[in-house]
Design a protein around this ligand. Structure first.
Ligand SMILES: *Cc1c(COP(=O)(O)O)cnc(C)c1O
Length: 402
């Protein structure tokens, strides 16, 4: 028992409890042939908007669709520059490119792994100029307008939104939150002294319901949230071939709809999301206690006073990651790396011309981070075993402490 394998993520146990409800969703869809759109999708959109404290939600085929459609709907055009961070899943920058823009990066804060607002300010002040005629910032080196910023709420924790939103309003940038890893995360804004949910702060936000996310479908799914009716309406057109009415195409769009069976599954699972997020927080707290006192050997996640993370991932940093990961694999403990290559150094972006050293903090984290098992239902026993294996491995390599 004590040596049983511990998965990185358990997607089997979690569905057992309400398997009956999921099967009912499927049976209902078969009975009514309601596969696309309809009350299931609308119901989920209303419930998820409420959960995010946003006015509107548009159900989509994936988180990537949500990012792409939100950027296009927010007005990002061919030839624009959109700023994000190098340490995110490639979908963030794929969506920027697919909207016709060029992704550019600013480095992250070393403690939170999210966009460093000071770096964003530096980029806008030093590498761009303000064009008062177009009311746009123009990137000096390329002459392209910078029109949007995509902060990524990585590992379940929101980026420092007050500072980012201030800069965005000063420089007339749209803010599209990549909230794919952050369903239910919160940010404390100094502006109105209250907590705000991920997906309610930017012009729009993108969510993914890929199975492994905090709220996961049983297949592919995503959504965008916004308080802007015009923006939501454009996303509704984009997801459905630009149709305002069947076969009347106002614009050219995409096939990016949320399917009704997935929407039904998501409605069942959304009712548990608050509990699951709370379980993840408790698990993170337990890891924190178990790792207390060995801070010299590893870095644990940092939650600033303005953030309430939903711990999509529990990410530590160590000096010799390869060795630790191998040790844990040998001990039957699943781990992950999110992500091993900073995007500016990924082969797909060779043509953008970045070099090693351009974003040193993102690069340093890419080579040192390790994601430990984290999912609702992870037990205290399992966590004790993970931590004991980590500490054994680290103390075997650490220089003696005197
Ligand atoms: C999962 C994820 C996406 C993409 O979502 P899909 O539903 O897989 O398209 C985008 N950004 C981040 C940060 C993600 O984690």
């Amino acid at each position: 028992m004590t040596n049983a394998n511990i998965p990185f993520l358990d997607l089997v146990t979690v569905h057992r409890e309400f398997e009956g409800e999921l099967v009912e969703v499927l049976k209902n869809a078969l009975k009514t042939a309601g596969f696309i759109g309809g009350p299931m999708v609308q119901g989920f959109e209303e419930e998820f908007a409420r959960f995010c404290e946003a006015q509107l939600c548009v159900g989509l085929g994936s988180g990537t669709d949500a990012l792409r459609f939100a950027l296009i709907a927010a007005g990002v055009k061919s030839g624009d520059i959109v700023i994000t961070v190098p340490n995110t899943f490639i979908a963030t920058t794929e969506a920027i490119s697919q909207a016709g823009a060029r992704p550019d990066f600013v480095d992250i804060d070393p403690q939170t792994y999210t966009m460093d607002p000071a770096k964003l300010r530096e980029y806008l002040e030093r590498r761009c100029r303000w064009n008062p005629k177009t009311r746009q910032v123009v990137h000096n080196a390329t002459g392209k307008p910078v029109t949007a910023v995509v902060p990524v709420h990585l590992y379940g924790q929101m980026a420092d939104m007050d500072a980012i939103l201030d800069l965005a309003s000063q420089y007339n940038l749209k803010v599209i939150e990549d909230a794919c890893q952050a369903q239910g995360a919160e940010y404390f804004s100094q502006k109105d002294s209250r907590w705000h949910k991920a997906g309610s702060m930017g012009q729009a936000a993108a969510f993914s319901f890929y199975p492994g996310k905090n709220l996961g479908a049983c297949g592919e799914a995503g959504a965008m949230t916004t308080n802007d009716e015009q923006l939501a309406q454009t996303c509704r057109l984009l997801r459905d071939h630009g149709q305002s009415k069947k076969y009347f195409h106002d614009i050219e769009g995409y096939n990016g709809r949320l399917d009704a069976i997935q929407a039904g599954f998501l409605r069942v699972k959304l009712r548990h999301l608050g509990t699951w997020n709370e379980q993840r927080r408790q698990a993170a707290e337990r890891y924190g206690k178990l790792f207390a006192g060995v801070q010299g050997l590893l870095t644990v996640p940092h939650q600033p006073s303005w953030a309430r993370s939903v711990y999509h991932l529990y990410v530590i940093q160590v000096e010799d990651r390869a060795r630790l990961q191998q040790k844990l694999t040998d001990a039957g403990i699943g781990t992950g790396i999110h992500y091993p290559v900073a995007l500016h150094l990924t082969k797909a972006y060779e043509h953008l011309g970045y070099h090693v050293g351009d974003f040193p903090i993102a690069e340093q984290s890419a080579t040192h981070i390790l994601s430990l098992p984290m999912f609702p239902g992870l037990t205290a026993d399992q966590q004790e075993r993970v931590v004991s294996e980590v500490l054994q491995s680290l103390s075997a390599t650490a220089p003696s402490a005197h």
